[in-house]
Write a protein that binds this ligand. Structure first.
Ligand code: ADP
Ligand code: MG
Length: 244
């Protein structure tokens, strides 16, 4: 079963001064329980793909199917509800509230929609990223890698079918990146969490089960369990002459 599927998705951004085709005829699926990395050079359409897949942005043409429901033709409200019920996002910036404890940060999205957080569920989300014993700490007491893991815990409280992450390790050093990737890896291996992660780093992409290589808005390759060198070969500067 696919958690998300894109069929012939094209996305064109039009402004008064220019037209940019960010995605051209992209067909790709993200099976439930899989960990997929989307790689490509800057401007290749990675973020656009993620935003379309998550229902944050609408394709110009083509179809996105999320949790078995085609988004085409749905109202803005219906798409928002579907996105809220089935997806969560982690970004490059952790966006934690400095004055709140980790527990309060993780609870915040639930409180904002008027739900009373279940203390066990909050503890479980922090436990899933290895931070159960730090619930009373403030973000400033944590390393960058730990802060990003809190952001992941916060994303998990809604029990999303798909967790989307856009360059979540871009601000982190190698050791902290490995911590964060280890936490994501465990979510897939132990909880069958579906993850779609955007990165430009071959070493990060190699932690995923499959790698979608984007080049100029098109899917250039789909690699299964590649080594970092295989991913790097696909990102060589010779566009259209990939060595993979
Ligand atoms: P990536 O994440 O791989 O760096 P993006 O998906 O952000 O690539 O961008 C793909 C292309 O679409 C780029 O040429 C970018 O300038 C353009 N683009 C992205 N978002 C917008 C937008 N909101 N308006 C206009 N052009 C955009
Ligand atoms: Mg991007």
């Amino acid at each position: 079963m696919n958690a998300v599927r894109l069929d012939a998705v094209t996305k064109i951004y039009r402004s008064k001064v220019q037209t940019t085709t960010a995605l051209t005829n992209v067909t790709v699926s993200f099976p439930a329980g899989s960990f997929t990395a989307v790689v490509g050079r800057s401007g290749s359409g990675k973020s656009t793909l993620l935003h379309c897949a998550a229902g944050l942005d609408r394709p110009t043409s083509g179809t996105v199917t999320l949790a078995g429901i085609a988004l085409t033709g749905l109202s803005e409200t219906a798409v928002t509800r579907l996105r809220r019920d089935h997806t969560a996002f982690v970004f490059q910036a952790f966006n934690l509230m400095p004055s709140l404890t980790l527990r309060q940060n993780v609870e915040l999205p639930l409180r904002l929609i008027g739900h009373r957080p279940d203390p066990e569920a909050i503890g479980a989300a922090l436990g899933a990223v290895g931070l159960a014993d730090r619930a009373a700490s403030k973000p400033s007491e944590l390393s960058g890698g730990e802060q990003q893991r809190v952001a992941i815990a916060r994303a998990l409280v809604s029990q999303p079918q798909v967790l989307f992450a856009d360059e979540p390790t871009a601000q982190l050093d190698v050791a902290a990146s490995q911590q964060v990737l280890g936490a994501l890896r465990r979510l897939v291996d132990e909880r069958q969490q579906t993850i779609v992660l955007v990165t430009h780093d071959p070493a990060v992409a190699a932690r995923a089960d499959r790698v979608v290589v984007l080049s100029k808005g098109r899917v250039a390759e789909l690699l299964e369990a590649p080594a970092a060198e295989d991913v790097a070969a696909c990102l060589l500067p010779l566009e259209g002459m990939h060595a993979c």
